[in-house]
Structures are given as structure tokens and as C-alpha cells.
Design a protein around this ligand. Structure first.
Ligand SMILES: C[S@@+](CC[C@H](N)C(=O)[O-])C[C@H]1O[C@@H](n2cnc3c(N)ncnc32)[C@H](O)[C@@H]1O
Length: 468
């Protein structure tokens, strides 16, 4: 058996076919991998900018940067508080496209479906761009991966994401015309990862490319009806070959009914894919840009009536909190951050939603979607008092007046994230009596409850930082 990431040569057929068509590509796949991070605009000024070397050219000012080296991210407390996301630079181009798509949409509050969403790189980026009152439905069909997606969504703390775990066809069948934008970051043959992941080289074969291309077409066509007429599909892969990239884009436009959108002003090093005579999508080649391989395209769905054949008319029911519980819930939330509805959810938990998120969650429940998370999980309401959940601690709109704030040093914060209680690193007098919000460099990390000279570290056991 090949040990993890031990050297594997580039597949010969790949070199002779895909790479031969792009001079310089094969050589670049043995070079250094750039490291880049994207900051959380909902938690401004809290990420580490110290290691930034230069901005990622296709992002907005201050949105993302390359780092001079690769720090141990797990040893940085604010990484666990969602201050930034470690994301491949090319993948951030989805944000570049989304901004242009949204400028052309007439939807006042856009609804975006991120169809293949785990672990959440694009989801957190989309949630940052669309604003707190818009709605992102992040879907991941594979359950264990969907759990990681929930964790990353909670850490990001934007409050505008619902997480589902469904087959793409469920969206096409049960929510026709619901979304203004669908992002399909489809599973692919991973040629763009050949530089940093030798496992991807070992798994590559021409047959697998064909299988991936067919699966990608199936995923997109299954979900296509969920996109409203005039809405836009953003299609992306982390591979170079035309089967999964340009040819699939052409197939989507021709067979499903849409037009490939062109945008000017793209940074020059990004190579437009050529398809059917016109530009169709953009290629990120590692010998041209500081990025792993990536491809993205935007396809505007033709105007026409929304499909309604299989429309599910039953809206799900969210049970609103009674007045007293609602007042208690509202006390924990900054009223400026757009949470307008409070409802009881599964497991005795209470949730906060913007109005558009409330409507979306109702539609998802009505369509019997596997809803794993939505809006802001507030916590458990026990006899009129909220026992706040961990997700609320990480929500950017938490009212910091609702509990004492305990600012921790880096060392103390790491001890907290280890779920430790060392008297030397994390003494009880770091906390006020009762409930405390543990923070580091202003970023919320989680809750601590102090009773007398003892305290309970309430960081979730499942998230405990074990190695760094
Ligand atoms: C390229 S990854 C997504 C990465 C993610 N968008 C991000 O930026 O963090 C593709 C995802 O598609 C999921 N997937 C695999 N098979 C699928 C299928 N048949 N339908 C939908 N999604 C699938 C994988 O589990 C994986 O999470």
C-alpha cells in the first residue's frame, strides 16, 4: 500500500493528453503549493493579517491573502472561532463570479443553493458575499461530510445558512424555481490537486474522467429545475480536462437550456476555456496563477415558466416561540443583525431566523428535506431561560451584554480549546461568576460557567482540539 502522500509520478496518459494541450502545465505540478486564507467579514479585524504576503488578485480588497508560509492553523485560537477560512486561492474565484451574477439579478434577497457543499469553503464565502438577510442552502449528500459542513457553518457564524443532506434530485423535484443561483462545485477527477495530493494522481484514469463527467451532468440536470428561469448556475471543478470542464458546460447550456455568461475584466493570467467557438469558463493553471488547478463557469438559465410539475405545495410548520420565550431569546441577539423570527426546532432547541430564512426553512421542512442546521441555533429554553448553545457563542450577532466576556491569552485560549482546566493556564479567576463568553483577540470561542472557585469548560467535546 502507498503511504499517505508519498510521491506518485503524473499518470502517463494525463501527461500525453490533458497536459500536452497546455504547455508548461505538467512541469508546474511538481512545484510549491501557495497557502491562502479568506477573512470572515462578519468578524472583522480579528483574523491574522500578520502573515499576509499579498492579496489574492480576484478577491476584493482585504477579503483574502496569500501567506508567506504555512503556519500551524490549529494552533491559532481565532482559526477555531471562525475568524478566517483556509481556502485554495482559485476556489475564491467563485466569489468573483457570484458578485457579478448578483449585480445582474433582480432578486432583492437572493437565495443561493450550494449543491455540493462540504466541507464549506464555498459556502462560507457565499454566506459572506450575499449579506445577512439573504439565504444560502448548503447541501452535502454524504452525511459524515455534512456534519463537518455544519461545524464550519456554525464557526463562520453568519446566521444566513441552512444545511441539508439530500440527493441533488430532491431539489429539482421538490423546490422547482426556488433558487436565484445554484453553485455546483461538483466532485471531479481532481487533476488540479495533483501538486499537493499524490493520492489524486494514483486514482486518476481516463475511465474515471468519463465517470466523473457523466456524474457531473447527472448532478446538474437533477438539480436544474430548482434554479428559476433567468437564474444562474455557477459550475466549478478542480480539474483541467475538457470533458469535465468546457464540454460539460456546453452540454449544460445546450441540453438543459441556458447561455454561458462572459465577463470582461478577469485578471489576465486566468485562461478562458474555449467552447463552441466562444469563451466558456475560466481555467486556473498553476504555471499561470498562484493557485492549484481550478475551473469555473457561469450559465444563465433561459427565461420561461418555472417547472411546477412536481411542486410540493405544503409549507412546513415552524412553531413560533411564545411571547415570554421570544423576549428571552431576543435578549441574546443584537437587534441590528437581522434576526426577526424565533421558533422551536428539533431536540428542544430554539432558533432565530431572518424573515427570508424563516420562509426557506418552512419550504425545506415542507419538502421533507434532511435539515441539519439553519439560521442561528440559540439553545434550549428551560422554564423561560435560555441555556445558550455553542453555535450562539460563535454567531456574529450575539449580544455580548447577555453574558460576561472573558478575554483569554493565546495560551489560555488553546487550553480552553483543548477543553482543559489547568489552574496554571486557565485559572478560575479568569472568569466572572456565572456564564462567560471566552474570547481571544476579540473572537468568541465558546462558553464557560463559573460556580464559586470552580468552572465548567463548555467547549463541545466533539470539537476539542487534540493536536497542534
Ligand atoms: C469538490 S467537493 C466540494 C467542496 C466544497 N464545495 C468546498 O468548497 O468546500 C464535491 C462534493 O460533492 C460531494 N458529492 C459526491 N458525490 C456526489 C453526488 N453524487 N451528488 C452530489 N454531491 C456529491 C462530495 O461529497 C463533496 O463534498
Amino acid at each position: 500500500m502507498t503511504p499517505p502522500n508519498s510521491y506518485v509520478p503524473l499518470p502517463a496518459v494525463f501527461v500525453e493528453t490533458v497536459a500536452a494541450a497546455v504547455p508548461g502545465l505538467a512541469e508546474s505540478l511538481d512545484g510549491e503549493t501557495p497557502v491562502s486564507i479568506r477573512f470572515n467579514p462578519y468578524k472583522p479585524g480579528t483574523g491574522t493579517t500578520a502573515g499576509c504576503s499579498s492579496p489574492v488578485p480576484w478577491t476584493e480588497s482585504g477579503e483574502a491573502c496569500y501567506l508567506a508560509g504555512r503556519p500551524v492553523f490549529t494552533a491559532d485560537p481565532v482559526f477555531h472561532g471562525g475568524a478566517y477560512y483556509v481556502q485554495e486561492a482559485g476556489s475564491m474565484f467563485v466569489g468573483w463570479l457570484l458578485r457579478r451574477v448578483l449585480r445582474q439579478t433582480d432578486a432583492a434577497v437572493p437565495k443561493v443553493l450550494d449543491l455540493c457543499a462540504a466541507p464549506g469553503g464555498k459556502t462560507t464565502h457565499i454566506a459572506s458575499i450575499v449579506g445577512p438577510r439573504a439565504v444560502v442552502v448548503a447541501n452535502e449528500v454524504i452525511r459524515p461530510r455534512a456534519k463537518i459542513l455544519v461545524e464550519n457553518v456554525q464557526k463562520w457564524g453568519s446566521g444566513n445558512v441552512a444545511v441539508t443532506s439530500n440527493d441533488p434530485a430532491d431539489f429539482g423535484n421538490r423546490l422547482p424555481g426556488f433558487f436565484d443561483v445554484v453553485v455546483a462545485d461538483v466532485p471531479c477527477s481532481g487533476e488540479g490537486m495533483f501538486r499537493k495530493d499524490y493520492g489524486a494522481r494514483a486514482e486518476w484514469s481516463p475511465e474515471n474522467v468519463q465517470l466523473c463527467a457523466a456524474r457531473q451532468r447527472r448532478i446538474v440536470s437533477d438539480a436544474w429545475d430548482a434554479l428559476r428561469p433567468g437564474g444562474t448556475l455557477i459550475y466549478s471543478t478542480c480539474t483541467f480536462n475538457a470533458e469535465e470542464d468546457e464540454r460539460n458546460v456546453r452540454w449544460i447550456a445546450d441540453s438543459l437550456g441556458g447561455a454561458v455568461t462572459e465577463y470582461g475584466e478577469v485578471p489576465g493570467e486566468i485562461v478562458p476555456g474555449v467552447c463552441g467557438g466562444g469563451a466558456a469558463g475560466w481555467h486556473f493553471y498553476p504555471h499561470r496563477v498562484r493557485s492549484e488547478g481550478f475551473f469555473a463557469a457561469a450559465i444563465r438559465k433561459s427565461d420561461g415558466p418555472a417547472s411546477s410539475a412536481k411542486k410540493n405545495k405544503t409549507a412546513g410548520t415552524l412553531i413560533p416561540l411564545g411571547r415570554k420565550d421570544r423576549d428571552e431569546a431576543a435578549r441574546w441577539i443584537d437587534p441590528e443583525k437581522g434576526i426577526e423570527r424565533f421558533a422551536a426546532g428539533p431536540g428542544g432547541m430554539s432558533y432565530g431566523f431572518s424573515e427570508p430564512m424563516h420562509d426557506t426553512v418552512s419550504a425545506l421542512l415542507g419538502g421533507r428535506f434532511g435539515l441539519l442546521y439553519s439560521g442561528v441555533q440559540l439553545g434550549e429554553m428551560i422554564r423561560g431561560a435560555l441555556k445558550p448553545s455553542h453555535a450562539l457563542a460563535l454567531y456574529h450577532g450575539l449580544n455580548r451584554e447577555a453574558a460576561a466576556v472573558a478575554p483569554l491569552s493565546e495560551e489560555a485560549a488553546m487550553e480552553y480549546l483543548r477543553k482543559g482546566s489547568s489552574a496554571a493556564l486557565l485559572p478560575a479567576d479568569a472568569f466572572a461568576g456565572g456564564l462567560n463568553l471566552a474570547t481571544c483577540r476579540g473572537v468568541a470561542l465558546g462558553w464557560v460557567k463559573r460556580i464559586g472557585n470552580r468552572y465548567n469548560n463548555l467547549y463541545p467535546s466533539a470539537w476539542r482540539v487534540l493536536h497542534y
